[in-house]
Design a protein around this ligand. Structure first.
Ligand code: 5GP
Length: 207
């Protein structure tokens, strides 16, 4: 198994739990954490741009990427296919950078099988009632779609047990602090410190 000097953080959550806002806030505070742009077969929404939110591809192009083993993982989510590019992530973490993926729980579990050192983080809402209220406030979905999202959320949340860390997004600032703490703690592990502060280790005669 290859051990890379950088960290791969994988964040999953049911829709409405606040995953995207938390990841975005983390990246604004910490430029060492970079996102990875996934491929998807769904059409762009609103202001989304090819290459920024996603690489939007058709079914044939997606099939080709699957065939050529370009994905670290891919999954069907809400009727479309989404996949994480292998090469960009491997290159970045091989150079000691940190990557954060915002993907669904199936993809997260697949990644852990390949990158045993990936750090899996599950974000939970404080309650189903609050999750429903957030989805309603977001105003993107009909009542029927919200019912479906809640039903899916109940199934997805049972998989939180496969993750390394759980953050309960009750108060945004507290949840962001938790996320920063997880990222920071990875950087305090022996191999990471040994690499980042090699001059201190050398001066202290530590191998
Ligand atoms: P949306 O279409 O709303 O942007 O995303 C729908 C779901 O697909 C979200 O849960 C998102 O995290 C997930 N997703 C986005 N990119 C990937 C990916 O590369 N792989 C997997 N497995 N899920 C993804």
């Amino acid at each position: 198994m290859t051990v890379y000097p950088g960290n791969l953080f994988v964040v999953a959550a049911p829709s409405g739990a606040g995953k995207s806002s938390l990841v975005k806030a983390l990246m604004e505070l910490d430029s060492r954490v970079q996102p990875s742009v996934s491929h998807t077969t769904r059409a762009p929404r609103g202001q989304e741009q090819h290459g920024r939110e996603y690489l939007f591809v058709n079914d044939l192009a997606f099939d080709d990427l699957v065939r050529t083993d370009a994905f670290l993982e891919w999954a069907h989510v809400h009727g479309h296919r989404y996949g994480t590019s292998k090469k960009t992530i491997q290159d970045r973490i091989a150079q000691g950078g940190d990557v954060i993926l915002e993907i669904d729980f199936q993809g997260a579990v697949q990644i852990k099988k390949i990158f045993n050192n990936a750090v899996l983080i599950f974000i939970l809402p404080p309650s189903l009632l609050e999750l429903r209220a957030r989805l309603k406030r977001r105003g993107e979905d009909s009542d029927e779609v919200i019912d479906l999202r809640i039903k899916n959320a109940e199934i997805e949340m049972k998989r939180a047990q496969d993750f390394d860390f759980v953050i309960i997004n009750e108060m945004f600032e507290k949840a962001l602090f938790d996320l920063k703490t997880i990222v920071h703690s990875q950087r305090l592990k022996y191999p990471a410190q040994r690499r980042a502060r090699s001059e201190i280790f050398a001066a202290l005669n530590i191998p």
